[in-house]
Write a protein that binds this ligand. Structure first.
Ligand code: ADP
Length: 243
């Protein structure tokens, strides 16, 4: 359903992605692990073209973007099929939780106000925030703000949700509530790609683990394969350090 072929990306002379091939099936929860600086976030951002790869192909469903000669309509189609949950939530400070979720539906998807409101209330309920519809970000905890971020992604009904270290800005006591919302969504069969350092979460929620280092995919497989029987020395060393 999602296919990346030979994705390369450089910032100036620094080659950050060195030819990434990855296939993600519908309904899979993919976790991307790897040391800091290995290119995980850049890879995630290449999938929806927040970063423009230098070369390669990104396909989601029937749409393929040839990164050397990207057609604008294919890039737009790619963006329409994805939603991103950011590390720092990226909410509008002067909009309420409800308005933050409605924004993308109304402005990007051209959904009518009434319908957008109905959808937004539903997804905010799903992430446990029906009591906070009219609260502004400053009146919400970090965990609640991130749950608004997740509701905003869900509202768009994308084919894949991309999570960029969704809990790394949170105080430790707030991590659990956000992970449990992501777990709940994963059970509904939404395709997700998650960059995270939460190993417990990676083990029990994902069905496909990708280990990156130095701009390459070093190894990928089921959580059981990667955590219990890693084949590559770099994977073994990383897991030894982090778990
Ligand atoms: P990870 O998510 O694995 O920590 P990143 O994808 O964030 O890794 O970064 C990989 C490398 O690319 C790092 O060396 C980082 O400094 C560099 N990098 C990321 N974004 C930019 C940018 N916009 N400009 C220049 N260098 C960048």
């Amino acid at each position: 359903m999602i296919r990346l072929q030979n994705i390369t990306k450089s910032f100036g002379k620094h080659e950050v992605l060195k030819g990434i091939d990855l296939t993600v099936n519908k309904g899979e929860v993919v976790v991307i692990l790897g040391p800091s600086g290995s290119g995980k976030t850049t890879l995630l951002r290449c999938i929806n073209y927040l970063e423009k790869p230098n070369d390669g192909e990104v396909s989601i469903g029937d749409f393929t973007v040839n990164c050397k000669r990207p057609a604008k309509k294919d890039v737009l189609a790619l963006r329409q099929k994805t939603a991103m949950v950011f590390q720092q939530y990226n909410l509008f400070k002067h909009k309420t939780a409800l308005e933050n979720v409605m924004e993308g539906l109304v402005v990007v998807r051209k959904v009518k106000q009434e319908e957008a409101k109905k959808i937004s209330i539903e997804v905010l309920e799903k992430v446990g925030l029906s009591e906070k519809l009219n609260h502004y970000p400053s009146q919400l905890s970090g965990g609640q703000q991130q749950r608004v971020g997740i509701a905003r992604a869900l509202a768009l009904n994308p084919e894949v949700i991309l999570f960029d270290e969704p809990t790394s800005a949170l105080d430790p006591e707030l991590v659990g509530e956000v992970l449990s919302v992501i777990r709940k969504i994963a059970k509904e069969g939404i395709t997700m790609i998650v960059v995270t350092h939460e190993m417990g979460f990676a083990r029990d929620v994902s069905n496909h683990v990708v280990f990156m280092d130095g701009g390459h995919i070093i190894e990928e497989g089921s959580p059981d394969d990667i955590f219990n029987r890693p084949q590559e020395e770099r994977t073994k060393q990383f897991l030894k350090r982090i778990t």
